[in-house]
Design a protein around this ligand. Structure first.
Ligand SMILES: [Zn+2]
Ligand SMILES: [Zn+2]
Length: 407
């Protein structure tokens, strides 16, 4: 049989020999008695007992929390101090806490003994600290997507601040060949640094990623960045047209309210002649995955310069127009890192221009994910059909540009 509120109260006071603080007492009855908070609720319950002469007064620290709530103000002041010292800019936050596991165990024991189903002590601590910090600093508590998470540890008496990343979206154009999109560790030393890489640990001194992220990390006073591109082009391929969409994730930014217009200018100045980015905007975390997904089903336009082994008849050249569906087995050059499978991609249009009898310029409009170099060379018949196959002569892509994506 379930105990009445009054019996529960008398029993809890008995089991703790009166040594229970107002908050811990009040919390146990938060579902039974209305009130402005556990502190007030606890005081009210104690008063009720005084009147019924069943009270045992508190002579020692709280059986449940060990009078942890007395340290609350101190902890809040420490948190505010650390946020100011570290000069962390934010507009919203969330509080998490850790307490001695013994506290949780003792509280659970009371809950079990009296069949009580209420929030645990950590929820109350988080809420109380959140309320105070919100008041002191005029910042909002945010549960779903906080700028920072304040982890307050009463067990070790420490504060840990987790700064969540910011995400910035833009598009880049790569104006020269020879720069990979993202960092490429030296394949000899695995980025430790060796003679081959001139002790840089990298295969290429510059990447699109670094040209963009260095200034962004500086502006946000972050500790690093991650580059998420909507697909990628090969190192020797230019990225032209409107450019390729990317999301830059800046880790642990102390400043989130950065001036994107100014940052764009700084980056474009720094990367002048190599990489150029368009207008930047702040986006949600989920854009990362969305742009990666979308890169697969967009169409692209390439410009390819093709060297032929033998001259080809005009009538044969015209047959390029009839190419529609390409079946491609994973190219030899990437087979060491990609699964071996056959993919099917559509070509919307191929236009050609003869530069000389053995040199063609092609404009290829096709579905994303088609390997252009292999479409041209046939990649030992792994591309069906292929330009070399149709022309019945060797064909090689000597220059490639992405003219546009997302068409
Ligand atoms: Zn307590
Ligand atoms: Zn190396």
């Amino acid at each position: 049989m379930e105990l009445s509120i009054e019996d529960k109260l008398v029993n809890i006071i008995g089991i703790t020999q009166g040594n229970i603080c107002y908050r811990c007492l009040g919390r146990n009855f938060s579902k039974n008695i209305d009130g402005p908070g556990n502190l007030e609720r606890g005081k009210y319950l104690r008063n009720q007992l005084e009147e019924s002469k069943q009270n045992i007064s508190k002579t020692d620290t709280c059986y449940i929390c060990n009078d942890l709530f007395n340290d609350l103000d101190n902890m809040i002041n420490n948190v505010v101090g650390v946020l100011k010292d570290e000069e962390i800019h934010f507009s919203n936050f969330l509080v998490g806490s850790r307490v001695d596991p013994e506290i949780l165990r003792r509280e659970e024991k009371i809950h079990e003994t009296f069949d009580i189903d209420v929030e645990n002590i950590k929820k109350e601590i988080n809420r109380e600290i959140g309320k105070e910090i919100s008041l002191k600093l005029s910042k909002e508590v945010e549960f779903d997507n906080p700028n920072i998470v304040l982890m307050v540890d009463f067990h070790t008496d420490t504060i840990d601040i987790q700064i969540n990343p910011i995400f910035i979206e833009s598009r880049y154009r790569k104006l020269i060949r020879g720069i990979p999109q993202t960092k490429w560790p030296c394949n000899k030393c695995k980025s430790k640094g060796c003679e081959k890489c001139n002790y840089t640990g990298k295969m290429y001194t510059e990447t699109v990623e670094e040209l963009i992220s260095e200034d962004a990390i500086k502006a946000a006073n972050g500790i690093g960045a991650k580059f998420h591109g909507a697909g990628r082009e090969d190192i020797d391929v230019k990225m032209l047209g409107k450019g390729r969409t990317f999301v830059l994730e800046i880790k642990e930014p102390k400043f989130r309210d950065i001036n994107l217009k100014k940052l764009q200018e700084t980056i474009n100045k720094h990367a002048a002649g190599k990489v150029e980015i368009s207008e930047m905007k702040f986006v949600e975390k989920n854009r990362r995955a969305i742009i990666k997904e979308s890169s697969r089903d967009t169409y692209k336009i390439y410009k390819a310069t093709v060297e032929l082994e033998n001259e080809v008849d005009n009538s044969l050249l015209d047959s390029l127009k009839s190419i529609k569906i390409i079946n491609q087995r994973t190219p030899i050059r990437v087979s060491h890192r990609r699964a071996d499978k056959i993919r099917t991609r559509e070509i919307r249009q191929i236009k050609y221009k003869k530069i000389n009898p053995k040199l063609l310029e092609l404009i290829i409009e096709c579905e994303g994910g088609l390997y252009i170099k292999e479409l041209i060379s046939s990649d030992e018949n792994r591309s069906q059909p292929s330009i070399a196959g149709i022309f019945k002569t060797g064909a090689k892509c000597v220059k490639l540009d992405v003219l546009d994506v997302n068409i």
